[in-house]
Ligand binder design. Structure first.
Ligand code: ATR
Length: 283
């Protein structure tokens, strides 16, 4: 952060609740924005042990946080403690933003909207009518898959190591969502001719994803890897060789952050502005 932070008794407090949170870019991102827009607020990262998950909502109320972001492993676990959740959060089965108004907690999910805005901004294919494959079935995968369904994707397939989890996610989303295992054969048949693939598996799945062949996708297809922090995300070079547009997760992170910032402060900010701050923080 370039400017000095002044905290007084009236400074509003925001935070990130997760485990771990040490490498998060959120504190520097939000504090830079608060300084830039002259907002008297501060954002802190809070490493909360998972065994205290049941007390997270009470802590938000008791400590008078105006808003918090939730990350692993709290996105799903805190949901039942909130007073209300948006439809996007319910469909995703996960909350990444919580606002508190006089102790009433509302849960939002900005991942799916952040994904679709960044795909459009980065010149990706239209979701409407597309055939899409989602790798993974965690909270981020559910948010992305539900957005694909809501925005009119013609076909969505969820592939996951634990097939029963892929099936449960597909069934929860309703419609025509297909599912399968995270295997080379499963990928080849689901992704053949598809326009969009979104890798929502986490870091340890890297080697398995690296075995897939992006050249089976349609011409002009997009491959999005939401793991923005990965130095060498799997298949980046292979996508480029196959003329498949590769999107790192920075765009999605920027747009979900812009949406969260507006929910927190009422102050609009563009995804491009946040992207600049994030890229500076990653250097
Ligand atoms: P989030 O909520 O942030 O999306 P998550 O719920 O931990 O994160 O989901 C991680 C995803 O990566 C899951 O789809 C997980 O597969 P399982 O449901 O089978 O656990 C996937 N994943 C994690 N490690 C993996 C590995 N070594 N191989 C394959 N998939 C893996």
């Amino acid at each position: 952060m370039s400017s000095t932070l002044t905290v007084t008794g009236s400074t509003r407090v925001y935070g990130l609740i997760g485990h771990p949170v040490r490498h998060s870019l959120s504190p520097s991102m939000y504090n830079t924005l608060f300084a830039r827009f002259g907002i008297d607020a501060v954002y802190v990262a809070l490493d909360v042990h998972p065994e205290n998950a049941d007390q997270v909502a009470d802590a938000i109320r008791t400590l008078d946080f105006v808003g918090v972001n939730l990350t692993v492993p709290f996105k799903e676990r805190v949901m039942p403690q909130l007073d209300r959740c948006t439809q996007a959060a319910v469909e995703a089965g996960a909350v990444n933003v919580v606002t508190s108004v006089q102790g009433t907690l509302t849960g939002y999910n900005t991942d799916g909207e952040g994904f679709s805005r960044s795909l459009a901004e980065e010149g990706g294919p239209s979701i409407d009518g597309a055939s899409a494959v989602v790798l993974g079935a965690g909270g981020a995968a559910r948010a992305v898959a539900s957005t694909l369904v809501d925005r009119g994707a013609a076909r969505v397939t969820i592939l996951n190591r634990t097939v029963s989890r892929a099936q449960a996610t597909a069934e929860a989303l309703g419609g025509d969502v297909a599912w399968g295992g995270l295997t080379v054969d499963g990928f080849d048949s689901a992704a053949r001719g598809a326009q969009i693939v979104v890798n929502c598996t986490s870091g340890p799945a890297r080697d398995r994803v690296a075995c897939f062949d992006p050249s089976v996708l349609a011409a002009g297809a997009s491959w999005v890897d939401i793991n923005y922090w990965m130095e060498n995300p799997p298949l980046q070079a292979e996508c480029q060789a196959a003329s498949v547009r590769f999107h790192d997760g920075i765009g999605m992170l920027a747009h979900q952050g812009a949406l969260a910032f507006e929910l927190f402060t009422g102050h609009p900010v563009s995804g491009a502005e946040i992207r600049q701050i994030l890229i500076a923080g990653l250097r």
